[in-house]
Design a protein around this ligand. Sequence first.
Ligand code: ACM
Ligand code: ZN
Length: 541
Amino acid sequence: MIKKVFLSVCTLFLFFQIQAQILPLIPLPNSIQKAEGTFSINENTIIFAEKKSAEAAYLKQYIFENYGLKLKVTHKTKAAINIITFLNANGKDCENNREEYQLNVSKNTINIYALNNAGIFYGIQTLIQLLPIEKSTVLKIPCLQINDAPRYQWRGMHLDCSRHFFTKNEVKKYIDYLAMYKLNVFHWHLVDDQGWRIEIKKYPFLTKIGSKRKATLIGKPTFDSLGNPSANDKYDSTLYEGFYTQNDIKEIVAYAKNRHITVLPEIEMPGHSLAALAAYPQYACNAGPFETYSRWGVSDDVYCTGNDEAFVFLENILKEVMELFPSKYIHIGGDECVKTKWKSCAKCQKRKADEHLKNEEELQSYFITRIEKYVNANGRQIIGWDEILEGGLAPNAALMSWRGINGGIAAAKQNHFVVMSPGRPCYFDHYQSRDKAAEPMAIGGFNPLDSVYNYNPTPDSLNENEQKFIMGAQANVWTEYITNFSQVEYMALPRMSALSEVLWTNMEYKNFPDFQERLYIHKGILDRMKVNYAKHFLPIK
Ligand code: ACM
Ligand code: ZN
């Protein structure tokens, strides 16, 4: 009897010990059942996939790079122990938005079951986060079963490569961070007033001229009493340049695809287009010449809505963009278009009259709808910033809500798909600490880690049907004041990890103190990756 009681006390103790063990998983899976014991990955562990599998190759490579263990991948084996097995239930890499997976770790085997390769990949990401941080030849993983699936289908991160340029390898690193957090859209901001960064074969001056700026404003722009750029502003007169060749882009798109990430290209129009107009001034309202912007802010020289040739120019650009990017959506910008030049342009005013448009907002809507027709005719959809609501939303457009959430709510009520990305808390170019003096200069704002963590992209004011139009959310990293990749990391991480839980984990399981505890262990992975993440979440010494 005493022995029995002793044994059950021991079992209970073990149970609590297992339950208490913190698993550094981010985003938190939706169901975790812990069990007793561990599986040990060693040099004899086999990875089994039914057929050639990019996911198997990914895991093999990850374990080799981080631990030096060379695992064998096989498609045929009778082994029943020391094996990691992938089972893709329908054998396909279908785009059916079914990204769930089950990860089973027992003493002898690790099994990942999923409906497609995306699910297998997410199971692998969870498995990777369970590996010990320290380098070793025996990697012990706790026995458990995880059943998991994402809350949203659009789990995005944006990076502005126009204001500052980041190399192909830096972009790949960024994509690796997305992959680790099971994010699946990389929104690549490729063009703006301050630089055109994508090679377009038909229009070589876009990169020959538009990818360069003669000078760069130091600090924030200031203005004189008439609202003109202040003569006191200081500039760095070093030539700033950089662009991605079409081969670079193909390589990055393939790299992302291997990680189940869609690259969403953004080609800004009708505003934010000065770099393009510096190269091809004939598509503006005024004669030009123009220079790629050296200042931060928005130029009032934009594409002319009255010039049919400007549409041909943009369609030819979009044709090459669609050939490079297989994404269903093409981002056409649409934000912050200054309309003063349209008001005094005879061609724009003629267009307005011919099309019976009431105002310049409707002229913008005409412009976006005309571009949408072209994109739709090529089998794709447009997505644009929430200004595209003004003057009427193009019939099939999806909307990215950045000036708060009202644009997203309005679009969802009109049965248009929406990605939420409100400035608060989704702009990661904003400060993350109140101690601004101790931070690198940011654009402003205050979006600390907990504000990101506690964000709910689905507004209560939408009814159940309207809520279905919220595809998900994303955070944006604008780079006016982010001059190098190390600073990108600082602004993006760990806020990206908090965002991942917003987008993946069911709300009922989320808990900020619990997230902080996991992050505290998980940071070991970031350290191993040599990421320059922000350290505000660490206990103050
Ligand atoms: C934006 O921040 N202008 C979309
Ligand atoms: Zn015009």
